[in-house]
Design a protein around this ligand. Structure first.
Ligand SMILES: [Zn+2]
Ligand SMILES: [Zn+2]
Length: 201
């Protein structure tokens, strides 16, 4: 499902059978209701065929697989050596960087006026821009629950621990239940109305 070497998720494409997509090609992320453990997320992604398709991804795959932490999503399980050696190496590296205070993904919470560490499961809506080099990203803050819209590079999303030195921030606080408003907003994201500040992360 997720390939740590190519940093791509594999989903079904009705046209081509299979689509391999990076996080920055996701368009919407929402947790399915219900008690399933681990949680399951429904995503929509922009496909190379030009369409957008739905896909399902487990919480572990969404948040942990990009760090080489396939499977149970705990650092302890790395040591059971049941994972692929390359993934184990990635996971070990990821664990050490997190312990050193680095974070694989970050965003700027506009409501709190500060950067926050985040996992992909906090992404809400993504909209491509800049000829595919930038992404407008609506994120639900894990601390204050408000939604902020950032403008980041695709690398900021696709390469764990790569953080843009500066990111664009839309000066607007969205309520926690504002998915619809955010989607409408995403449509305007790259029009002249888009007004962002560049903030150091
Ligand atoms: Zn497709
Ligand atoms: Zn916040």
């Amino acid at each position: 499902m997720y390939d740590a070497l190519t940093t791509r998720y594999t989903f079904a494409c009705p046209d081509r059978g299979e689509a391999r997509v990076a996080l920055s090609s996701f368009r919407r992320v929402s947790q399915l209701p219900g008690p399933s453990q681990p949680a399951v997320f429904e995503i929509e992604f922009g496909c190379a065929c030009g369409g957008e398709h739905p896909g399902l991804v487990s919480h572990d795959e969404l948040d942990w697989a990009p760090l080489g932490l396939g499977g149970e999503g705990t650092f302890v399980n790395l040591m059971t050596a049941t994972v692929d050696p390359v993934e184990a190496e990635l996971a070990d590296l990821a664990a050490r960087r997190i312990q050193a205070g680095e974070w694989p993904w970050s965003f700027f919470c506009y409501a709190e006026e500060r950067p926050r560490p985040v996992f992909p499961s906090a992404f809400v809506v993504l909209a491509p821009s800049g000829g595919g080099t930038e992404v407008g990203l609506a994120v639900r803050c894990p601390v204050c629950s408000s939604i902020s819209v950032n403008l980041v590079s695709t690398q900021h999303l696709d390469v764990p621990f790569h953080n843009d030195r500066e990111i664009g921030v839309v000066e607007h606080v969205f309520a926690a239940d504002a998915e619809r408003a955010v989607e409408e907003f995403a449509d305007e994201l790259y029009s002249a109305a888009f007004d962002s500040r560049r903030l150091a992360l």
